[in-house]
Write a protein that binds this ligand. Structure first.
Ligand code: ATP
Ligand code: SF4
Ligand code: MG
Length: 339
């Protein structure tokens, strides 16, 4: 079954999604050269329902952060729309967003560069509140409560970022993101810079906060294992296009797209038998590695690496089709061996 024209890459679980991205195209640069090069994001659509986490995965350079930046207004889209609870914010300036859009916030990867070292934690936390009109004691009380909600003492408002570890700084960044009570949070690799045990603590904290507050997350990660922990659905991105999307277990356990097979077999899993099965599936496909080979401008972007590629793959961009539980953009998805 082919997804209907304009269909989302994911089931809409609510009449008004918390976040809706439609036909997003992002080109970096300007002028003729920019128009000749492939866009960083090429026609991406997905929804996130209230309270839902969607994991966005793909290898480095696939465009994950570009989607996050377009959603946040940090990179203007070439075309397409971004809506938060139905409100079209695609062309809203950062200044307008900071005053009018309390519902959308972000946590970045690097806890060292994302906090201003010259400001106390309290100053960092009250700033977004002031922009939304909450000032004085009320703002400082909210800042203290925000720190407590991420497992830090309220009196940490008087300290500076340098007095905290990486994991603690990431908790502070989460407190800053949540202090205005947003409903949608973009998490761009929020645990990638942390050691493994701190990663687990921060992921657990994010899951608890999401469940307590009914938050929606766009959760960006390289690692499918991390995505599986936090997400209900996942979107697999390659060269700025969605290759596959569906329930996270279905996509990671029963991928229908050759690229997802490559990605899942590369991600370490704790069970050796499962890991061996994945490696065997990847070898059976004879998968190439990420290379500089140019993607086909008209067809599937995975052609240069795909062992199943035929002429039609180079000629026609495969639409997303429902195969079992997943929407898959592959002409030959039925030939992909089961993991
Ligand atoms: N500011 C920029 N100017 C020009 N090209 C850019 C810019 N930022 C990203 N790109 C290009 O856009 C593409 C997508 O980059 P992006 O950072 O979104 O990927 P990513 O999936 O987040 O990668 P990573 O996993 O390494 O963070 C890449 O080809 C990258 O080189
Ligand atoms: S459409 Fe063709 S090239 Fe693309 S992933 Fe499927 S088989 Fe491979
Ligand atoms: Mg990135």
């Amino acid at each position: 079954m082919t997804a209907p024209a304009g269909a989302t890459a994911a089931a809409t679980l609510s009449p008004t999604p918390a976040l809706q991205v439609r036909d997003l195209v992002v080109r970096y640069g300007s002028g003729r050269k920019a128009r000749r090069t492939a866009p960083a994001i090429d026609g991406v659509s997905f929804d996130i329902a209230p309270g839902e986490t969607v994991g966005l995965v793909g290898e480095s350079g696939s465009g994950k952060s570009t989607i996050g930046k377009a959603v946040l207004g940090l990179q203007p889209p070439t075309s397409g729309t971004v809506r938060v609870h139905g409100q079209d914010i695609t062309r809203m300036s950062l200044k307008q967003r900071s005053r009018q859009v309390a519902d959308l916030r972000v946590v970045f990867q690097d806890p060292y560069s994302s906090l201003n070292p010259a400001r106390t934690i309290g100053q960092t936390l009250v700033e977004p509140l002031a922009l939304m009109g909450t000032k004085g004691d009320t703002a400082w009380q909210k800042a203290r409560r925000g720190l407590e909600s991420v497992g830090l003492p309220g009196e940490a408002v008087d300290r500076y970022p340098s007095q905290f570890s990486g994991g603690q700084r990431q908790r502070i960044a989460i407190a800053r993101a949540l202090v205005c009570d947003p409903k949608v949070v973009v998490l761009d690799e929020p645990v990638s810079a942390l050691d493994l045990s701190t990663q687990a603590q921060v992921l657990n904290l994010l899951a608890d906060l999401r469940d307590q507050r009914g938050l929606s997350f766009l959760f960006i990660a390289h690692d499918l294992g991390v995505v599986r922990f936090l997400s209900q659905r996942t979107v697999v991105l390659y060269r700025g296009q969605i290759m596959e999307t569906g329930p996270v277990e279905a996509v990671s356990q029963a991928p229908r797209h050759p690229y997802t097979v490559a990605l899942t077999s590369a991600a370490p899993v704790p069970r050796p038998a499962e890991q061996a099965a994945r490696r065997a599936a990847r070898e059976a496909l004879g998968m190439g590695t990420a290379g500089a080979a140019a993607a086909s401008a008209t067809g599937c972007p995975f052609v240069p690496r795909c062992p199943l590629a035929t002429d039609v793959c180079a000629e026609q961009r495969p639409p997303l089709r429902l195969i079992d539980d997943n929407l898959t953009a592959c002409h030959h998805a039925e030939r992909v061996p089961a993991l």
